[in-house]
Write a protein that binds this ligand. Structure first.
Ligand SMILES: *[C@@H]1O[C@H](CO)[C@@H](O)[C@H](O)[C@H]1NC(C)=O
Ligand SMILES: *[C@@H]1O[C@H](CO)[C@@H](O)[C@H](O)[C@H]1NC(C)=O
Ligand SMILES: *[C@@H]1O[C@H](CO)[C@@H](O)[C@H](O)[C@H]1NC(C)=O
Ligand SMILES: *[C@@H]1O[C@H](CO)[C@@H](O)[C@H](O)[C@H]1NC(C)=O
Length: 540
């Protein structure tokens, strides 16, 4: 059924065709466990040495203090959208009012049902050996009306229970306050394009620090402001408002940064002295490569327009100058009397600067940057003035925007070190989308190669990466991609009311990695599986 929907969708969008996907090969699963068992039995080093040089082998050893976790988010896993007096969130509203905006026309009403099955989730994590879990709080579950007149005790209790269950099992909780969802009532009033959102957000954050802060020591404020704000530039993300020329996008970024900084200072003033937690913001930073060495400045520009747009105000102060220059220039060309990028007052610049205790990095992939040739003829198509593409040789995930470019990960880690004064980096999301195969060797290959590049960045470049968090613990509602593309270490049966969970091969792989501290070798048969080289992907 779903298969056919995807096929139809693919056919309309790009004239493509899709093959039947899931092929669970039990024999291979057994083989894999056997290999793993013999690796443990014989001793890991012997096996590894036989396949890799001594230097490469060193790059397979995880630093002692590096911890491995997994992530999810409220709307994407919880379900229970109308339970215990929860208010309607912007994502409830969006998926219910525009099902055709979602690849498979599905929604997060039930998702993984983690609201009811959180104990099972924690047991799975414990089994894999995951050291901490990053989840988000549903704002609309805590403040059903959007305001402080009604703080939901049932909502708070759910998160208290989850936190207690995690701690009891030795797993550290990490909370993201806003991971794409907020009460729809606030969206009716403009959401992040309304400056009042800053106050509403801080009111909500204070409740969370008060109620959950005593047991949670790491918070992030907003997940991927760039993705949140895309919701005001088109129909991929909620609220799906197409406000032309990025006017809504920049306004949203501006307000998110102010909300983040105000929350950081509020925590400093009211909670830090006795809660002793740490706060960051989840920034999404892709790798950018120039098409030719001549285009290096353009790749740099792409980095500043995406990662830098959020990191520069926090680490250096104000927006990057290239962004200010370009948006002013193109605004003028479009007939705007002033730049569409709002201006921070000097007070705001210094208030925002320094508001991160660590760099929370979301990273998946890299792109090729080429200058937009129209500009030579005075035509400004975008503020960025570049076009993006992918190198032919890069293997692809099932979502086209995830190409496997491990060296791009190291490049981004180096840039963060260089530009932002070598902050501690917590990788809060990194992952690979496939069709949901249980024998997900492509996911293992992705993580093995990316983690290897991370180890090099730590060892040779001096980057201070302290944690690596896989997106995602479980297959979940993947926003605009619905339930079609899967990132999980654990499969969830979305066709069953019980939403049974089944660990994939990658879960076993991570289990061994965490147990041994060594990036385990990949059995040969996995490297030759033809499906792994599939070029088929969903272009969103
Ligand atoms: C809060 O909202 C819930 C659900 O809408 C409702 O049942 C409850 O009566 C409200 N409580 C207060 C104090 O308004
Ligand atoms: C909650 O939503 C589910 C669909 O996910 C629906 O079946 C159920 O009737 C709703 N319950 C209430 C109380 O509205
Ligand atoms: C913003 O919208 C334009 C026009 O639909 C689109 O080309 C562009 O990719 C969007 N930008 C982002 C960051 O989504
Ligand atoms: C790079 O720029 C130089 C100087 O402008 C030019 O001569 C050369 O052809 C360019 N190379 C490429 C690959 O575009």
């Amino acid at each position: 059924m779903l298969e056919r929907k995807v096929e139809t969708w693919l056919a309309t969008v790009r004239g493509g065709k899709i093959k039947p996907c899931e092929k669970v090969i039990n024999r291979k699963m057994e083989n894999f466990n056997l290999v793993m068992r013999s690796i443990l039995f014989i001793g890991v080093n012997i096996i590894v040495i036989s396949r890799t040089s001594a230097e490469e082998m060193e790059n397979l050893i995880l630093p002692n203090n590096l911890k491995i976790g997994a992530a999810g988010s409220a709307y994407q896993v919880e379900g229970a959208w109308n339970v215990s007096g929860k208010g309607v969130s912007n994502w409830d509203w969006w998926t219910h009012h525009c099902p055709e905006c979602i690849l498979d026309h599905q929604n997060g009403d039930i998702a993984c049902d983690s609201y009811h099955k959180y104990k099972e989730d924690v047991a799975l994590m414990k089994n894999i050996g995951i050291q901490y879990y990053r989840f988000s709080v549903s704002w609309a579950r805590i403040l059903p009306t959007g305001f402080l007149n009604n703080v939901s005790e049932a909502g708070l209790q759910y998160y208290r229970n989850l936190i207690d269950e995690l701690l009891y099992n030795g797993i550290e909780p990490i909370i993201t306050l806003h991971h794409f969802d907020h009460p729809q009532i606030l969206e009716f009033m403009g959401g992040w394009t309304n400056e009042l959102m800053i106050k509403w957000y801080v009111d909500y954050a204070r409740i969370i620090f008060q109620e959950l802060g005593p047991k949670v020591k790491i918070f992030t404020t907003v997940n991927e402001p760039q993705s949140v704000c895309e919701g005001y530039n088109g129909t991929v993300f909620s609220p799906g408002e197409t406000i032309p020329d990025y006017v809504g996008y920049y306004l949203c970024i501006h307000n998110v940064l102010k909300a983040h900084a105000t929350t950081y200072h509020m925590y400093d003033d009211e909670f830090r002295p006795y809660q002793h937690g740490r706060i960051g913001l989840n920034n999404i930073c892709d790798g950018f490569y120039p098409d030719t060495p001549n285009d290096t400045a353009y790749a740099e520009r792409a980095f500043q327009f995406t990662c830098g747009l959020v990191a520069h105000p926090i680490y250096i102060g104000d927006y990057p100058s290239i962004v200010k220059e370009r948006v002013a220039l193109v605004s003028k060309a479009l007939g705007y009397p002033e730049s569409r990028l709002p201006t921070f007052s000097p007070d705001w610049i210094s208030y925002i600067k320094g508001t991160a205790d660590f760099f929370a990095l979301n990273h998946y992939s890299s792109q090729i940057v080429t200058p937009d040739t129209d500009e030579a003829r005075g035509i400004y198509n975008t503020d960025l003035g570049v076009t993006f593409s992918y190198r032919e040789s890069w293997p692809t995930g099932y979502l086209c925007y995830v190409k496997v470019v491990p060296e791009g990960f190291r490049m981004v880690l180096q840039k963060i070190k260089t530009y932002y004064n070598n902050p501690e980096i917590i990788v809060t999301e990194i992952g690979f989308p496939d069709r949901g195969e249980l024998n997900d060797y492509s996911r293992i290959k992705y993580h093995r190669s990316y983690m290897q590049e991370m180890i090099k960045a730590i060892k040779y470049d001096g980057c201070r990466v302290s944690r690596y968090m896989v997106w995602s613990l479980m297959d979940n509602f993947q926003l605009d991609a619905g339930y079609v593309a899967k990132f999980g270490l654990v499969k969830v049966n979305f066709d069953s009311p019980n939403r049974e969970r089944t660990p994939k091969l990658s879960a076993y792989w991570f289990q061994k990695v965490i147990q041994t501290g060594i990036l385990q070798d990949i059995p040969t048969y996995m490297q030759t599986e033809p499906e792994a080289e599939s070029r088929e992907c969903l272009d969103r």
